[in-house]
Design a protein around this ligand. Structure first.
Ligand code: UD1
Length: 357
């Protein structure tokens, strides 16, 4: 008698997440956390603001050489549709966008075209492929100079002060409207907007991290580049604000903690645990830290002296913003865990890794 062995697939098929802008700073950390949580990831990136360093780092950290990578521009609708045709996408995390505030003021058309068209294309493809879960990477910038701190998700958004900030508000609204319009269709689009506070730091492996092109706009890369000798001196923009030490207050969120919030939000969507078709969560620590405190913490944890000076205020900066994180803590079951010291040590380890030191 012949024995027939039937192979039965016992494991549920892993869900697949498309990460647009997945070769960048946040996208690469999110890809790592998704893979370690058991998701399959498809990365799309047009490489306009990064090179392959972080994607190669992701492959090393995860031990996965087979992560599908599409070098496409999400503003190219045919390319986006092809990607959806070739993969069964359960969720999209959309990072692909320009993000420099000052540049957006100088080049508004470029910013509106890129940030809006790419997102519209993702949404259209999601809609025409039977619906999808869409996570949009928003920003605390939508709150502007809030009157009451910390800000909750109910805190009113204030008119944006830059085209970049405006694209964040507009994309939030577009997502909300698409969710509403498709709610009763056979293939609904569901959406979550995560409003990030100030993401900083790098993966503990020091194989991926922030890789700004040219002179960094953001504080931590400027600090690490000054410490390594690439920049002469850090300017602390304003020490005459109405805060304890006179410098601005921000909510600095570790990049790996931030990435884990995405995994929690994606799981909530794909496991059908959303309470509304469109939801918003703050992603921060809930702790305000001043620029001066951050600089001194960096010096202390890394045992070095930083060359810095106080300089005039930077136009457009808000004096203080930090998150009320209770909604994310309760609903996503997520909490920021890494200390600011550990995060600053990781940022420095990454800068040294880049310098080969
Ligand atoms: C900015 C954007 C935010 C965006 C984030 C991305 C606005 C108003 N801000 O946040 O939307 O999501 O970048 O990371 O749209 N600082 C210095 N010296 C420097 C650089 C910065 O003192 O060389 C200070 C700034 O004045 C500020 C703090 O450091 O008080 C943080 O600045 P930055 O890292 O640029 O982030 P934000 O402006 O808070």
């Amino acid at each position: 008698m012949t024995t027939f062995v039937r192979y039965v697939k016992t494991q549920a098929m892993a869900k697949t997440v498309l990460v647009s802008g997945g070769a960048g700073y946040i996208g690469s950390h999110v890809t790592v956390e998704l893979i370690s949580a058991g998701y399959e990831v498809v990365v799309a990136d047009n490489m306009s603001n990064c090179d392959m360093t972080c994607f190669e780092g992701v492959k090393k950290i995860t031990g996965r050489n087979d992560i599908p990578f599409y070098q496409i521009d999400c503003c190219d609708y045919a390319a986006v549709t092809r990607l959806f045709d070739e993969n069964r996408i359960d969720a999209v995390i959309h990072f692909a966008a320009f993000k420099a505030v000052g540049e957006s003021v100088a080049e508004p058309i470029m910013y509106y075209r890129n940030n809006l068209v790419s997102f519209l294309n993702i949404l259209e493809a999601a809609k025409t492929h039977g619906g999808c879960n869409v996570l949009f990477s928003s920003s605390a910038t939508v709150y502007g100079e809030a009157e009451v701190l910390p800000v909750t998700e109910q805190t009113p958004r204030l008119p944006a002060t830059s085209p970049y900030g405006n694209t964040k508000q507009m994309c939030e609204d577009i997502l909300r409207d698409v969710v509403l319009a498709t709610a009763t269709s056979e293939g609904p689009v569901k959406g979550i907007a995560l409003r990030y506070f100030n993401p900083i730091g790098a993966h503990p492996s020091a194989l991926i991290g922030e890789l700004p092109r040219g002179v960094p706009n953001n504080l931590v890369p400027f600090i690490t580049q000054t410490a390594i000798g690439k920049r002469e001196c850090l300017s602390i923009f304003g020490n005459d604000y109405d805060t304890e030490d006179g410098t601005c207050l921000r909510d600095y969120i570790d990049i790996v903690d931030l990435a884990k919030a995405h995994v929690a939000a994606v799981s909530r969507m794909v496991d059908g645990r959303m309470k509304e078709g469109y939801e918003i969560f703050n992603v921060g620590t809930g702790r305000p830290v001043s620029v001066y405190e951050l600089v001194t913490a960096f010096e202390k944890v890394n045992g070095l002296k930083l060359n810095y000076k106080f300089a005039p205020r930077r136009p457009g900066d808000v004096v203080a913003i930090w998150a009320d994180t209770r909604l994310a803590n309760d609903e996503l079951g997520w909490k920021a865990e890494r200390s600011v010291e550990d995060t600053l040590a990781s940022a420095w380890a990454w800068e040294r890794h880049l310098a080969g030191k």
